[in-house]
Design a protein around this ligand. Sequence first.
Ligand SMILES: Cc1ncc(COP(=O)(O)O)c(C=O)c1O
Length: 345
Amino acid sequence: MLDLTAFNKKKYTPYETPLERADKLELFLGKDSPTIYIKRDDLLGLTGGGNKTRKLEFLMADAIKKNSNAIITNGAIQSNHCRLTLAASIRENFECHLVLEERIPNTFNQEASGNNFLFQLLGATSITVAKKGENIQDITKKIAHNLTKKGKTPYIIPGGGSNEIGALGYVNCFHEMKEQFKPLQIKPSTIICTSGSSGTHAGLVTGINISNEPIKCIGISIMRLKAEQLELVHSLASKTARLLQSNTSINREDVIIYDNYVGNGYSDPTPEMIEAVTILAQTEGILLDPVYTGKALAGMIDLIRKNKIKSDETIIFIHTGGSPALYAYQKEFTQTLKTNYQKST
Ligand SMILES: Cc1ncc(COP(=O)(O)O)c(C=O)c1O
């Protein structure tokens, strides 16, 4: 039995996110399609929604418990995590300092749209841009040190909010979904999520393990090779289970990773990602993002087309959000879109 009541938690979403049947997507995928549900975590609270909101509910509560008043975190130049950490900091009336990592050389553009625009609109206290190869942990620590010297009490949230406190958000998500299975009368065989900084995947694996449910959790890597990602998720799931004082140990076999949908690297668009984002927009009217959920859905569609997921299964795709980043990638999409514009007369 999962018991998260011992942990302090803020509430940034005043409802459960829907678990919606994606029957138009099923129709599009044809007779080999399993029954597909989408967990709409893109509809979580805070600015623009997405998975970090669940992690931040626990992380910000911890920061408050530690009497902090300034948050520092880091992420990529279009980081959804930075956007949401900034939004949560505004809610708590904290300063928020962002360290943005330029993972592809010369890609940072102060004028860029998407999350970059939102960092400015939401009023980050400071933004430090680190070149590829610079040590962002050192930069983050230095900012914390300077804030302390100024009499502030800084709290560092790790990239992606992925430590055992943040991962509790996805233990909680599994718990929430389990309660939704009953009224829907479904017994899902598989949950599919994006596996990045690993908190989402690790939290789900921990939740499934503690509940002892016969459900597989597949993580689609968006950055690392399988062996490295597996270690990351396994290690965090094990720490999360320990934090929960659970005596279940997490087996490596319970961490399933596919690393063949990354393409050339983190945030580099693939044709399959563009296809997946377009399919979901045009079948279900749901927006994904180009860096995470677009690649994860591309992976899920491929696994269905290759019959690795069978038509008699019920599966859940975790929509972890990120659509604000879409607006920074318009160019990559417009080449393939064929809108039928007509003259008005
Ligand atoms: C939209 C979106 N989906 C998925 C992920 C990956 O989640 P995690 O970092 O917990 O592995 C991220 C991480 O930033 C994200 O922004």
